[in-house]
Structure formats: structure tokens, C-alpha cells
Ligand binder design. Sequence first.
Ligand code: ADP
Length: 240
Amino acid sequence: MIQFKNVSKWYGDYLALDDINAQVKQGEVIVVCGPSGSGKSTLIRTVNRLEPIQKGEIYVDDTPVHTCRSIDELRSHIGFVFQQFNLFPHMNVLDNLMMAPVMLGRMNKKQAQESAETLLERVGLSHKAGAFPAQLSGGQQQRVAIARALAMRPRIMLFDEPTSALDPEMVNEVLLVMKSLAKDGMTMVCVTHEMNFARDVGDVVWFMDAGKIVETAQPEQFFTQPASDRARKFLSDIKH
Ligand code: ADP
């Protein structure tokens, strides 16, 4: 569903992605890990062209992202969940979920509301439909952000450190929602430091360092027998 072919990206003269070749199959859960600054966030942001690339090609299904003219259409099929929840602060939870499908003409108001209510139930927040983001905990806001991304019925979900801004006791409620999505067969690319999540839910780990995907492995193999010194050091660092 996603293919990177010889992708390189520079910020000025700094090479942030260095000849990336990788693919994501339908229904796969990819966990992207690696040290800070290794290019993880940049990589997933290229998928919906939040970051342009200077070399190579990226395809989502058969659509070439790098030359795609209808970028809004492409983005509407790709859900993106950020570290900061980015909810609309002046709208209640239900309106946050209904806005994009209605604005983009995907659903009428009634359909959007029904869909939003179903999604809120799914993330365990039906009772917060009328609340404003500031009235919710971080974990609840992030669950709303996931539901809002799902409201467009995306084919792919991208997560950029979705639990990093949360207090520790709230991490699990967000991971549980992500787990249930994975179980339902959603194609997911998750940048995360949650190694238990990677182990339990990931199909494939991409380990990045210095703008490259240094290792691609099944989680069990990656955690027990990392192939590179860099991955061994990374795993040892996060353990401590
Ligand atoms: P990670 O997600 O692995 O922490 P990032 O993708 O955020 O890494 O960043 C990769 C590298 O690119 C880092 O060295 C970072 O400082 C640099 N970088 C990220 N965004 C920008 C930007 N907008 N302008 C310049 N450099 C950037």
C-alpha cells in the first residue's frame, strides 16, 4: 500500500532521509524506531507530503505522492495522529469528528454524526461527545484525535509518537485503541518508543539511524537478535 523507492530528503544541505527503500503491505503494522533525529518523523510525514522529497518516489496504492496533483484527496485516505493532539479547541468532541467528512462533502451532517458517535463508542468516549478538548485529559484528547482521523475512513493510519506527550498512566489507554485498530486489520505505520507495543502488535520493525532504514525485521527477531551494532546500542540505551 505504501512504497518508498530510493527516497532522499534534504533540509537545506542536511540529508535527513538517505536512499530509503521500503514497502508496507495492506493490513501490516510497521513500527518505526531509532534514536532521536534519525529521520523517523520525516519519513512518515513524506507519505502524505507534509514533507516534500527531493529524490526518489513514494506511492500510496498506485498514486505517486511526489507528483500527485490532488493532494487533499490523497490525504483524505491517510489518517495522521501527531504527538500533540491538534484538536480544534473551540469545537466540542463531536464537532471535531464531524468537521472533515462534512466539509469535504463525504457525508451529510446526519451520517457524520452517526459515524462520529460510533467512533466515540469505539474509543470509549461516548460520554464526552459534548466536551471541549480543554476539558479532557491528554489520553482522552489523543483518543479523540484517533477517532477524528478515523472519521474520514482512511485506508492507512500514520502515528507520530502518539504517546510521547502523555503522562505515563495515560499511555496504555491510547495503545489499547491502537491495538484494536491493528486487530481489525488497519494498515498502520507507527513511530513509537513503546517497545512493548512493537513486540505485541508490530508485524515489522524498521530501525532507523542517520536517515537510513538500517534494519527491517520481525519484532521478536529485532529485540532478541538485532543485526547491527547501532540497533544493539539503541536497545541497550532504551532499556536503561
Ligand atoms: P526523528 O523523528 O527520528 O527524531 P526527525 O525526522 O524529526 O527525526 O529529524 C531528522 C533530522 O532532520 C534531525 O536532525 C532534525 O534536526 C532535522 N530536521 C527535522 N525537521 C527539520 C526542519 N524542518 N528543518 C531542518 N531540519 C529538520
